[in-house]
Design a protein around this ligand. Structure first.
Ligand SMILES: *Cc1c(COP(=O)(O)O)cnc(C)c1O
Length: 609
């Protein structure tokens, strides 16, 4: 079982020797990296970043577009920008800017904060684009970027923004940013995120407004600064036809605007939307095109339209973020507990058993390959009857405990027996014999799109891949919220190993979490962004860099604007006023509390195993 790694893995991983390994240079096993980091005292969930996977995506996007342009003898140039909203964490952004230097890879900003980040980190000659709603302050900031020497384009979302720019241009120092117009298309994208395109979209100028914008620019002698039109039809566009439709529309708008006198208009910005394959199942693919098809279609269409309308072929800009960021990060979380792990034969309480429980004992003792399926069903039926008997007061708590232990023992035996015999039968009972895996992470913090959009992320254990995984698994996080669960789904079954955690560690990897998850993650139950590290590979091995520990509990309190001194003083005076404890105990307890406040809130018990 390879957990669909050949579908979603993008050729980044291999399975070898029962372990997931990176398919580059020294090919280290993920589990070895994780164990190295944990040795330095970082238990709990870990976010691993791989800069080589950022570079791979950047290089792929540039090389595919440049290849297509060469093939079609396209005369415009290709440019790309990374949209900061996808992941603003410093260990990602700084790596990305560094790796993007040779490509002149730029940054896209959607808010004042993001624009300030772009101005602080962007490569000096690389482009910056600014989308999103803008007030006068943000427009001033755009002018400042231009005055600093950046090649920046402010994309106008509405005519009022254009009026502000005209106004600002009169009072600043004369270094005009370029102006882009976001066009409102009647065609929209496909998929759950496709709310950004279309005639009812939140953004962009209608054709009437576009004409008015050109006239306004002309009247104010700013037509020279108008260089780009922009559209963005949504994220995770799963098929090409909507892209082609939007592009045909935008291409014609480009040509028409040039005819209206926009002589410096020379670029089309396609926004983002390139999709990632998140599926672990061949029959449930989410994306039906390759980057090579996408680039061919884009370049060919724009060439065709330019030719037909007799205008110069525009430079092409893209702002795909998910495609660049998703692969680089993976979350690794330790399994803390298998719920059935408590159900061992030693827990059975000897006593005179009611007949149904005696039957469970018989089933347990005589189950074999041939009757396993039938016995399993019988035991589950018996359990239901016994639980009803308990509710009615006919059996006691010890009987009920024996029932639960026995049924779990029967399930374990049956799963092992059926594994060798008939996998189909095992599949047919998978739902009723699920195992619950308690995992040391928060779904709200680390997979928020699973919680909010039921978006699937590939998951798999990092080792034991040479042993058959037989337990149908539902994954529980450590928040006390019942939504913190990835329940077993028979349409996309997840099987994990039956591990004895008192002897063995077991780690789950949640892949493709580099786009959107980190910054959307929320501090539900006050669990924070996990400890993160960057891992760079070399020929001999790898290096672990930039370990950033998860925020401490005091830090979260401060984020919520608590006065941490007040919290410490409250705790201190309550301890000192407690007449149950003497001075020495007080000191000891205070020290304990201080330690806890300085540490993160993820669970630690795994250390003591
Ligand atoms: C969100 C956004 C992007 C990035 O979209 P992806 O789907 O991550 O590629 C690009 N451009 C604009 C204007 C956006 O709003």
């Amino acid at each position: 079982m390879n957990y669909g790694i050949d579908i979603w893995g993008n050729d980044n991983y291999i399975i070898d020797d029962g372990k997931v390994k990176l398919k580059a240079l020294s090919q280290p096993a993920l589990i070895d990296i994780v164990k190295d980091v944990r040795k330095q005292g970082h238990t709990g969930p870990l976010l691993l970043r791989f800069p080589h996977l950022i570079e791979k995506q950047i290089d792929f996007v540039y090389s595919q577009f440049n290849r297509a342009m060469k093939e079609f003898q396209y005369k415009g140039k290709f440019n790309a920008l990374y949209p900061l909203k996808v992941n603003q964490f410093p260990n990602f952004v700084k790596n990305l800017v560094k790796l993007g230097t040779d490509y002149n890879y730029g940054l896209e900003a959607g808010s004042k904060a993001e624009l300030l980040l772009a101005m602080a980190y962007n490569n000096p000659t690389a482009p910056i684009t600014v989308n999103g709603f803008k007030d006068n302050e943000m427009i001033d900031l755009g002018f400042i970027a231009s005055e600093m020497g950046y090649n920046i384009t402010l994309t106008i979302e509405g005519l009022n923004e254009l009026e502000s720019i005209i106004h600002t241009s009169k009072k600043r120092f004369g270094y005009m940013p370029n102006i882009g117009l976001r066009v409102r298309l009647h065609s929209s994208g496909a998929g759950v995120w496709a709310k950004s395109g279309g005639i009812n979209s939140k953004f962009g100028l209608t054709s009437t407004e576009l004409i008015k914008a050109v006239k306004l620019l002309e009247k104010n002698n700013l037509l020279d600064s108008f260089t780009m039109i922009h559209f963005h039809i949504g994220s995770q566009i799963t098929e090409i036809p909507p892209v082609k439709k939007a592009l045909r529309e935008a291409g014609n708008i480009y040509a028409e605007l040039k005819k209206l006198g926009a002589i410096h208009l020379n670029s089309i910005n396609l926004g983002g939307g390139l999709a990632i394959e998140y599926s672990q199942y061949q029959d449930k693919l989410l994306r039906n095109y390759t980057l090579s098809e996408y680039t061919n279609d884009v370049v060919y269409l724009l060439k065709e339209i330019s030719h037909k309308k007799n205008v110069t072929e525009p430079d092409i800009y893209i702002e795909s973020g998910r495609y660049i960021a998703a692969h680089h990060a993976l979350l690794v979380a330790p399994v803390l507990e298998l719920f059935s792990g408590e159900y061992t034969a030693e827990k059975l309480i000897p006593k005179k058993n009611p007949p149904l429980i005696q039957e469970l004992y018989d089933l347990y003792n005589t189950i074999n390959k041939n009757n396993a399926f039938e016995f399993l069903h019988d035991s589950i039926d018996h359990m239901e009857s016994l639980l009803t008997l308990f509710d009615l007061g006919y059996i006691d708590l010890e009987d009920r405990s024996n029932t639960e232990v026995l049924v779990n023992l029967i399930i374990k035996k049956a799963v092992i027996l059926l594994k060798d015999k008939n996998y189909e039968e095992l599949l047919s009972i998978q739902e009723s014999v699920q195992e619950r895996y308690l995992v040391n992470f928060s779904i709200f913090q680390s997979l928020p799109d699973f919680w909010g959009l039921e978006q699937h992320f590939p998951m798999m254990p990092l080792d034991k891949l040479d042993e058959e995984a037989t337990r149908s698994a539902s994954i529980w996080d450590i928040t006390c919220d019942s939504d913190g669960e990835i329940s077993f789904n028979p349409k996309k079954p997840l099987f994990l190993h039956d591990v004895d955690l008192s002897k063995d560690d077991y780690f789950l990897g949640f892949f493709l979490v580099g786009a959107y998850q980190e910054v959307l993650g929320m501090k539900h139950n006050l669990f924070t962004h996990p400890t993160e590290v960057s891992v760079t590979l070399n020929k001999e091995g790898y290096e672990i860099e930039n370990i950033t520990a998860a925020q401490s509990i005091s830090d979260i309190f401060e984020d919520l604007d608590y006065d941490i001194k007040e919290i410490e003083n409250n705790l201190k005076s309550k301890i000192e006023n407690s007449n149950l404890i003497d001075n020495n105990m007080q000191k000891h307890i205070l020290a304990e509390i201080n330690m806890l406040l300085k540490d993160n809130g993820y669970l630690k018990n795994e250390e003591y195993q």
